[in-house]
Ligand binder design. Structure first.
Ligand code: GRF
Length: 211
């Protein structure tokens, strides 16, 4: 069983999708701990309901990243828990070198766009404002740089003429909830081979499609 740690700041629907997929035995993993930098994150409620260990760890005085001593705290807690894979699920802080090095090649993220298009915040709004016909969701490895690591899985979501940011984000999230647990499953089954920026998937049985 792959032991994962989840970092979440918000509503935690991706976290829920991971919890549910593990429960359905679709993903051979267990959640060791969930950490949040936001005491009001609904993600923490979800975890309580699911009986999973969770901790609120304040982020310190910076808005977009963790203070160095606090990042060490995150590392210690994750290591102590025996976490082998760190999953960012709506975690609103950029990770710095210490945490990246502590889990080198073992941190993944879900992003609500087809990277490398629309990195950063509120990507569904960016996509709508740009006028793209297709956007989607991306699961990728995390490295230094914003939303820039090697891509594991993507799912395509067509935009519609009458889309609002909310309707588009909702459809993107439906895809996120499929591809994030799937990416964790692939890692748990040791089916990913990384060659430079390319992540090759061993074996078949993958059928991800746009709609
Ligand atoms: C998702 O859209 C994810 O792509 C982005 O943050 C959002 C988190 O949503 N990184 P949730 O908290 O999992 O519902």
């Amino acid at each position: 069983m792959l032991k994962i740690g989840v970092l979440a700041s918000g509503k935690g629907t991706n976290l829920q999708a991971i919890i549910d997929a593990i429960r359905r035995k679709e993903v051979p993993a267990e959640i060791g701990i969930v950490l949040s930098d936001n005491p009001d994150a609904y993600a923490l409620e979800r975890v309580k309901k699911a009986g999973i260990r969770a901790l609120y760890l304040p982020a310190g005085r910076f808005k977009t990243y963790l203070e160095e001593r606090i990042e060490k705290n995150y590392i210690n807690v994750l290591k102590k828990e025996g976490v082998e894979l760190v999953c960012l699920a709506g975690f609103m802080r950029v990770l710095k070198r210490d945490l990246l090095n502590a889990f080198a090649g073992r941190i993944i993220n879900i992003h609500p766009a087809l990277l490398p298009s629309f990195p950063g915040l509120e990507s569904w709004k960016q996509a709508l404002n740009y006028g793209v016909k297709f956007t989607g969701a991306t699961v990728h490895f995390v490295e230094e740089g914003i939303d820039s690591g090697p891509i594991i899985l993507q799912a395509v979501v067509p935009t519609k003429p009458d889309d609002t940011p909310e309707t588009l984000h909702r459809r993107i999230q439906e895809k996120e909830h499929i591809i994030y647990p799937l990416a964790i499953k692939l890692i748990a089954e040791n089916r990913l081979r990384i060659e430079g920026r390319r992540v090759n998937i061993e074996g078949s049985g993958l059928n991800i499609c746009c709609e």
